[in-house]
Write a protein that binds this ligand. Structure first.
Ligand code: DAH
Length: 341
């Protein structure tokens, strides 16, 4: 009898192990433990035994039945991918973990939202454009001549001749004007990319916010007033601003806007490189060629546009000396902005 039990045990375990799926396993279960199964047959045979032999064989067969049932269950669990929950899986006596520390807003986002809020207050709405942009919107529609150096492969990440990573938020101006008729007062914040070597003041990715106002009689004076309102609200000071003539292909006339240095009040310091002024944005009156590209009728509208670097504004506001700190996600840096609004 013992011999038969041993043989049944090794054959059944081998069959359970060899079963390659739930149907095969079920077949093994039926063949061993089913009504006509081999183990069931042996159990039935017990009635022909007597005394010690009956007792010993009964105990051995019942132990084998338990063993095979457990092996079948374990194999079934393995198929379902679940893991058995054992008494050791949880230690209910372990003390709970300390509450997860709260993260903080990234200073760039705080500044971005802060700038947007000021423009919402002046009646601007907000829109977005794609970071993967067409050369057409990034350059051509913005009146960049074909041989303009900014199109140079040095500055722009190109995917192919027609597709690139936008180098500025200005292309959203054209996308917006294609969709909507004036009056328009919009801001377009977002990430831009340039193929530059990183140093304390350059990064190959950074943020800009673009502004566009178009209507029938928008003037340079409106631009100046908008800029002054922004500076007063954002830096919380009556810092004078000034326009310096400049060149951008998509505005005419074009200016660079400076504000009086917030660090020294204009007397000259390290922050403003002793000039007393800080450059904060490029701006100008929308070039007629840009209106034409957007499909606006000639001479009907005028408008102003501006674009500023959010990183630079954040660095000025918080006294950050290296732009790379804004992209490294070093918690020692970021944690300093906990609770900063
Ligand atoms: N897109 C320009 C840049 O990245 C910034 C700029 C200048 C935007 C003048 C404007 C503008 O809208 O009118 O350098």
């Amino acid at each position: 009898m013992q011999e038969m039990i041993d043989r049944l045990r090794s054959e059944a375990l081998a069959a359970i192990h060899a079963a390659d799926g739930e149907p095969a396993l079920e077949a093994v279960r039926v063949a061993v433990l089913g009504r006509k199964g081999s183990l069931t047959g042996l159990l039935r045979g017990l009635k022909d035994l007597e005394g010690d032999a009956k007792r010993d064989a009964g105990a051995a067969l019942n132990a084998l039945k338990d063993e095979l049932t457990a092996a079948l269950d374990a194999r079934l669990l393995a198929f379902s991918g679940a893991r058995p929950v054992t008494a050791h899986a949880y230690d209910l006596t372990l003390p709970g973990r300390a509450p997860a520390p709260l993260g903080s807003r990234h200073p760039l986002l705080t500044v971005l939202e802060g700038i947007c809020d000021i423009f919402y207050g002046m009646g601007f709405s907000r829109d977005d454009g794609p970071e993967v942009e067409l050369d057409y919107y990034n350059f051509t529609a913005l009146n960049f001549p074909d041989d303009h150096p900014a199109r140079d492969i040095q500055d722009t990440f190109y995917f192919n001749e027609k597709v690139l990573l936008r180098t500025q938020t200005s292309p959203v101006q054209v996308r917006m004007m294609e969709q909507r008729e004036p009056p328009l007062a919009c801001i377009f914040p977002g990430r831009v990319y340039r193929n530059e070597n990183a140093d304390a003041s350059h990064s190959s990715e950074f943020f800009q916010i673009e502004g566009l106002v178009v209507d029938r009689a928008v003037s340079m004076a409106d631009l100046k007033d908008t800029v002054d309102t922004f500076v007063r609200n954002f830096f919380g000071a009556e810092a004078p601003t000034r326009f310096r003539p400049h060149y951008f292909p998509f505005t005419e006339p074009s200016v660079e806007v400076d504000m009086q240095c917030v660090a020294c009040g204009g007397s000259g310091c390290g922050v403003c490189k002793q000039t007393g002024w800080l450059e904060i944005m490029g701006a100008g009156m929308v070039h007629p060629n840009v209106f034409r590209a957007a499909g606006y009728p000639d001479d009907r509208y005028t408008g102003f546009a501006f674009g500023m670097g959010i990183d630079r504004i954040a660095m000025l506001k918080y006294g950050i000396s290296d732009i790379r700190l804004l992209y490294e996600n070093d918690l020692r840096f970021l944690n300093q902005f906990r609770g900063v609004q």
